[in-house]
Design a protein around this ligand. Structure first.
Ligand code: F6P
Length: 364
C-alpha cells in the first residue's frame, strides 16, 4: 500500500488491560517492516505526550509481546492534557496543557498518533482531532463499556479470570456452607459481573443497570438455604447499587481523568446479608487481578486485528476514527460515536434473559 506515513506515534491511556501489547505489536511491526515508518512510543499515556517523554521503538521492543499483559509503554489515568493535574503550593490545580501536548506532537514530527484506551482516551482523541491533529483510537477496557463497538479487548480476559475465581469460590463456599460475595470491577456497567456470573454459575448477580432491593437479596439466600443449597455465590459489580441509595465510592481523586474510584459495595452486601440472615458470609474483591496477566487467545486475536486496522486507517489518512468490532468484522467508526454515551447492559439483553432462565436472580 502506498502511503506518505513516515512517523507514527502510539500511546496507551487509562487503566491497563490484557491485550495492549498485542495491539502495539500489530501496529509497530507492519509499520516498520511494510511501510518503513519510524514508530515512536509515547510513555505513560497522555502524561508522556504533555511532558515529551517518548522514544523510538525497535523491532526488538515489539517482538514476543503478544502474550504479555500490561503495556511496554506504561500508562496513566491522570494525564488528560485538557485537565492536567499540577501540584502547586495551594494543592493540586487542574490546568489546560493541551498546547504543550500539541507542541510535543509537532516537535517529534508525528504524521499520526494511535491512542489505545477507553472512553476517557476517546474523548481526548476527539478533542485533538477537532484541533487538527491526526489521531486514531483503538478501544480497550475490561469494562466493555464503550459505545460504537460490540466488544473492547480486555473484557474477555477479565471475564475469564473472574470466572475462574468464581469456580474456585464455589468449592470452598460449598464446603463451609457459606455465602460468598465476589466484587468485580466494571465501573458503571455490569458486563464483567454479568459475563463471569453467567459463566461461573453465580446464584445472584448484582449490576448497576438493575438496582437491587435488600429484601430480595436476603430472601434469595435464605430460600436457597431452606431448599438445602447450603451456600450461595453472589457476583457484585463495583457499580451496583440498592434501589434506595447510590454507588459506593472508595475515593475521590481529582488528578484522575475520572475522579471517582468505585469500590466497597461487596463489603456492604456481605455485612448486610450476615446481619439480616445470620448466614456466615465472606467477601472477595477481585479488583486489579482482573486486569493483570496474559490476555486470552480471543483478546490477542481481537487486539491484533484492531492494531492492524488502525495502521491501515493511518496509512489511508482516515483520522478521527476508532476501530471497532461490528458483528464479526473490524470496521472504522467516527470516534464521536464512541463517546456519545457509556455502553451499559440493555435491560432486554439476552445475557440477562438467559441468566434469569437458569434461575439466577438480580435482586429486583
Ligand atoms: O476502567 C478500568 C477499571 O479497572 C475499572 O473497572 C475500575 O473502576 C478502574 O479502572 C480502577 O481504576 P484504578 O486502576 O485507577 O484503580
Amino acid at each position: 500500500m502506498k502511503s506518505t506515513l513516515k512517523r507514527i506515534g502510539i500511546l496507551t491511556g487509562g487503566g491497563d488491560c490484557p491485550g495492549l501489547n498485542a495491539v502495539i505489536r500489530s501496529i509497530a511491526k507492519p509499520a516498520m517492516a511494510q511501510f518503513g515508518c519510524t514508530v515512536i512510543g509515547i510513555l505513560d499515556g497522555f502524561e508522556g505526550l504533555v511532558e515529551g517523554r517518548m522514544r523510538e521503538l525497535t523491532p526488538r521492543d515489539v517482538g514476543g509481546i503478544v502474550n504479555l499483559g500490561g503495556t511496554i509503554l506504561g500508562t496513566s489515568n491522570k494525564g488528560n492534557p485538557f485537565q492536567f493535574p499540577v501540584e502547586t503550593p495551594h494543592g493540586v490545580e487542574v490546568l489546560d496543557y493541551s498546547s504543550q501536548a500539541i507542541q510535543n506532537y509537532r516537535d517529534w514530527n508525528l504524521d499520526a498518533l494511535i491512542a489505545i484506551g477507553g472512553d476517557g482516551t476517546m474523548h481526548i482523541v476527539d478533542r485533538f482531532t477537532e484541533l487538527g491533529l491526526n489521531f486514531i483510537g483503538v478501544p480497550k477496557t475490561i469494562d466493555n463499556d464503550l459505545s460504537a463497538t460490540d466488544v473492547t479487548f480486555g473484557y474477555d480476559s477479565a471475564v475469564s479470570v473472574a470466572t475462574e475465581a468464581i469456580d474456585r469460590l464455589h468449592t470452598t463456599a460449598s464446603a463451609h456452607h457459606r455465602v460468598i460475595v465476589v466484587e468485580v470491577m466494571g465501573r458503571y456497567a455490569g458486563w464483567i459481573a454479568l459475563g463471569s456470573g453467567i459463566a461461573g454459575g453465580a446464584d445472584m448477580i448484582l449490576i448497576p443497570e438493575i438496582p437491587f432491593k435488600w429484601e430480595k437479596v436476603y430472601e434469595h439466600v435464605l430460600l436457597r438455604s431452606k431448599r438445602g443449597n447450603r451456600f450461595s455465590i453472589i457476583c457484585v459489580a463495583e457499580g451496583a447499587k440498592p434501589a434506595e441509595g447510590g454507588v459506593v465510592v472508595k475515593e475521590m481523586d481529582k488528578k484522575r481523568t475520572d475522579p471517582v474510584r468505585l469500590g466497597g459495595i461487596g463489603d456492604l452486601v456481605g455485612r448486610k446479608i450476615e446481619e439480616a440472615t445470620g448466614l456466615e458470609t465472606r467477601v472477595v474483591v477481585l479488583g486489579h487481578v482482573l486486569r493483570g496477566g496474559s490476555p486470552t487467545p480471543y483478546d490477542r486475536i481481537l487486539a491484533t486485528r484492531y492494531g492492524a486496522m488502525a495502521l491501515e486507517l493511518a496509512a489511508q489518512g482516515k483520522f478521527g476514527y476508532m476501530v471497532s468490532l461490528r458483528g464479526t468484522e473490524v470496521v472504522a467508526v467516527p470516534v464521536k460515536e464512541a463517546i456519545l454515551k457509556l455502553r451499559t447492559v440493555p435491560l432486554d439483553s439476552q445475557y440477562i434473559k438467559s441468566a434469569r432462565a437458569v434461575g439466577t436472580v438480580f435482586g429486583d
